[in-house]
Design a binder for this molecule. Structure first.
Ligand SMILES: Nc1ncnc2c1ncn2[C@@H]1O[C@H](COP(=O)(O)OP(=O)(O)OP(=O)(O)O)[C@@H](O)[C@H]1O
Length: 255
């Protein structure tokens, strides 16, 4: 299933936050959204997820979700959003219970997503026993359990230290390489964007408009830490964003 955004504009009262965003999110691709603070990245994700409706423009789902999809649009948040009293497998089974899936079918799905996220040995652990990186892997496993058409990822690694972020990026790449998924990935971190994004959408400062869309052809599996091509793309993205980010920063300080 693809997603097509057409002419999305939005204001909160008289405060214009984004203008005329037209964008395709093709199935099987990771589309990163970057841009200065307050340019509307999280708001755009809420429009895609149907949590809010834009004032103008449309969000369309084109084609069918994958077979066995329980929830076409599934969020992954920065703060993991795990239930502390439920074990790893209990947190994952919760989203299946919502769809009446229990017993052997639930155990099969949970076993599969735990194996894919390398969490099999931690099935009975409680969130408080896990590191931040492991908690985010549980949140990713929980999202995969509903076999979503599109994962909506809002700064999923930004609560983690830099080494854990690297490990999680490797995990996301190997997950994608084994079974491509579709994601809209909001981040402040340009290194993450060039590591994970097939397409990087650079938004201007508020009201957020598309400043440029940068495609990266290099296969995800071939993107290594310290890759010179990726470093060059990252520099290019920062050049695009630097002045806007500085202006946005000053604007926020003056509010
Ligand atoms: N429900 C709301 N009511 C009023 N203003 C809002 C609401 N949600 C967001 N905003 C404002 O809209 C603008 C865009 O917010 P949004 O969180 O989407 O930006 P962002 O690019 O994700 O920011 P950041 O990078 O800082 O997380 C901000 O100025 C924010 O204060």
């Amino acid at each position: 299933m693809d997603i097509r955004l057409d002419g999305i504009s939005h204001s909160y009262d008289d405060f214009k936050v984004m203008e005329d965003i037209t964008l395709d999110i093709p199935a099987g691709r990771i589309v990163c959204i970057v841009g200065p603070s307050g340019c509307g990245k999280s708001t755009l994700l809420r429009f895609i997820g149907g949590l809010e409706r834009p004032e103008a423009g449309t969000v369309r789902q084109i084609g069918e979700p994958p077979a066995g999809c329980l929830n076409p649009l599934t969020y992954i948040f920065q703060d993991f959003a795990l239930l502390p009293w439920r074990s790893v497998e209990g947190n994952i089974s919760l989203v299946l219970e919502d769809h009446g899936i229990k017993g052997p079918r639930a155990r099969e799905i949970i076993g599969d997503v735990l194996a894919r996220t390398k969490l099999t040995d931690f099935a009975r652990a409680l969130p408080k026993q896990l590191s931040g990186g492991m908690k985010q892997r549980v949140a990713i496993a929980r999202a995969l359990a509903v076999n979503p058409a599109v994962m909506l990822m809002d700064e999923p690694l930004s609560a983690l230290d830099s080494q854990t972020r690297e490990l999680l990026m490797d995990d996301l790449i190997s997950l994608w390489a084994r079974q491509p998924f579709t994601a809209v990935y909001v981040t402040h971190n340009l290194a993450e964007a060039v590591r994970l994004g097939h397409r990087i959408v650079v938004l201007s400062r508020r009201p957020g408009r598309i400043q440029e869309i940068v495609e990266i052809d290099k296969p995800l599996e071939a993107r290594q830490f310290g890759d010179a091509d990726l470093d060059a793309k990252q520099k290019y993205l920062w050049q695009l964003m630097r002045d806007e980010a500085r202006a946005a920063d000053a604007e926020l300080l003056n509010v």
